[in-house]
Design a protein around this ligand. Sequence first.
Ligand code: FO1
Length: 313
Amino acid sequence: MPKVVALAGGVGGAKLAFGLARNLPPDELTVVVNTGDDDDFHGLHVAPDLDTVMYTLAGVVNPQTGWGRAGDTFAALKGLKEAGEETWFQLGDLDLAVHIRRTHLLREGHTLSEVTRELCERFGVRHAVVPMSDNPVRTIVHTPSEKLSFQEYFVKHRCEPEVRSLEFKGAGRATPSPYFEFAVARADALVIAPSNPFLSVDPILAIPGVAGALKGIRGIRVAISPIIGDRAVKGPAARLFDQIGGEPPSCVAVARRYVGLCTHMVIDRTDEHREEEIGRLGITPVVAQTLMNSNEDRVALGRAVLDLIASST
Ligand code: FO1
């Protein structure tokens, strides 16, 4: 079995992680997760992408939203509102338990990697889900009129503000987490999940030394395009291509961002006619169904990615 490192962020990343995990034993998959979306809410360290991957792999994620806990209630949030806290970021009662535990362990001096490992064990997640770094990295969204935290942009303002640039505060001083480094050193292949290239993948690549280390992975380095047709499956990725990507959204535009890093790109059947353009970038296109509406879709895409990896090792 190939040892796979998968970079993931957001709901699309968690879905592919699920599909890969169903096809690989625990010690052959390390999911490296973006922490640029992390933020402090009510004095608690909330790590949305780490929790979304953990909850998805544990089978407890809210299936409607793709984040937070299935069947969660919001009594504490109601009480927080009454007590004067801002509550535009919807934290459920079960979800809050994870943020309280994470904050408690961090305050006791444990690293984010150690805390994530313990939380995953408690949720029965046996595949490695690791933060990209144990150092703080925060995505700051620069708009024409103000700087927003990631969640202010994404949730409070629903991705409506025009984005002039993104800043990954702290990335320059951050180092990859220990399990991230360990996994890259022994990896046979790299998978970049169909996550937002700007908001989920770029923060990981912004950590010094990471892009170079990933290029050193001997085998296949494959990205799954998060853009199908000229639209994002979910979230602001398409808008960000228009605003800061330098060209309209398409799987070719995604491929252009990964030139030099990826050897292959999986594109949806809808985009089959763009294979040649991607090939001309020096990236081998692979056509598959990349839209994941069910667990079967996720497992099938995970299988297709691993078949590609197996066909080249
Ligand atoms: N996304 C929303 O659109 N609205 C929310 O109120 C919200 C709350 C939330 C709470 C915990 C969590 O782990 C994720 C949450 N998200 C919410 C999603 C989150 O903003 C995004 O999943 C990531 O930050 C980017 O993919």
